[in-house]
Design a binder for this molecule. Sequence first.
Ligand code: NAD
Length: 352
Amino acid sequence: MSDFVYSANPGRVIFGSGTISRLGEEADRLGVKRIVVLSTPEQEEQAGAIAVNLGARTVGLFAGAQMHTPTDVTQNAMDLIASRDADAVVSIGGGSTTGLGKAIAFRTDLPQIVVPTTYAGSEATPILGETEAGKKVTKSDPRILPEVIIYDVDLTLTLPVGMSVTSGVNAIAHAAEALYAREANPVISMMAEEGISAIARALPLIQANPSDLAARSDALYGAWLCGVCLGSVGMALHHKLCHTLGGMFGLPHASMHTIILPYALAYNAHAAPQAMQRIARAINQERAPLGLFDLTRKLGGQIALKDIGMPAEGIEQAVDEILAKPYWNPEALARGPLIRLLTAAYSGELPA
Ligand code: NAD
C-alpha cells in the first residue's frame, strides 16, 4: 500500500424512494425558518410543490437557475434572498440549480439542502464554477459544500433517457479522473470503481425502461459516489477541457463531458495504466477509452463536439487557454496532442 492522505467532506445524505417527504424534518433539524427554493425555469412546478411541502418555512421561490452559473443570475437570486431575509436555500434539480445554491452559500454562508434530480454530483462537492464574460472560474471553499442532500429516486424518473445517459457519463468522468488523480487514495478509488460500475450497469436498463426504479436507484447511488470523488481529489485534463469549452462556447455540460471523456482517457492511457484497468473492469470492457465510446454509442449518446455547437475554429483558442492555466495531468500537456484530441472529438473519430 502506498502512502496517502484522505480527508472526508462533512455532509448528511438521505437516500431512498419518497425521501422528499423528509424535507421539512431536515429543515427543522438545521433550525432554519425562512427558506428560498431554487430551480431552473423547467422545474418550477417541482420547486413549487416543494415550496408548498415546506409550508410557512418558505419565503420565496427563484426559478431562474441556468447552466454554468452565470454571475448575473446569482445576483438576481441574491436580491431575492436579501429582500426576504432568507436563512437557507433548498435547491431542487441538476447541477445548474445546485450551482446557484452554492453561489449563494459562498456569498452568504447560508445552509443548503439539495435535492438532486440528475447525476451531475455537484451536491457532494465544495466546488463552484461560475461564468462571467465567457470565462468559467472554479473555486473551492467549505461554505460551498451543501449541508444536506436528499436523494429521492422517484424524482429522477422524469429525467429523459438522453439526459440520463449524458448525465450518467458525466458522473463516470468524475470517478475516472479520481482514479488517476495526483491525490488518489484507496478509499476514493474504491468509491470511484463502485460508482462507475453502478452507473454503467444502470444506464442500459434505464434506456430499456426509464421507470425501472432499481436501475434509477443504482444510477443515483453511483452518481453520489462519483460526486464524492469529484469533491475529494483533484481533477485533470478531462475536467479542464470541459470547463474551458463550457465557459468559452456555452456547450451543454453533460453532453460535452460524455463526448470528451473517451478522448481524455485515451490521452492519459499510457501514463495511468492501473486507472484504465479499473475503469475497464467497472464498465465490463477490455479497454477504458474505447469501451466508454462504445457504451455511449450503444446508449444513443452524441459522440462529436460538432453536433453540440462547438465551432471548428475554436479548437486552437481552447488549447491556448488550457495551456495558459493547466491542471495537473498524468500525461504532460502539449499543444500538438491537445489539438489532435479536440480535432478527433470534434468529428467523433474513434479515440486512440
Ligand atoms: P442541469 O442542471 O442544467 O439540468 C439540465 C436540464 O434538465 C434543466 O432544464 C433541468 O431543469 C432539467 N432536469 C433536471 N432534472 C430533471 C428531471 N429529473 N426530470 C426532468 N428534467 C430535469 O444539468 P446538469 O448536467 O445536472 O448540471 C450541469 C451544471 O452543473 C453545469 O453548470 C456544471 O458546471 C455544473 N456541475 C458542477 C459540479 C460541481 O461540483 N461544481 C459538478 C457537476 C456539474
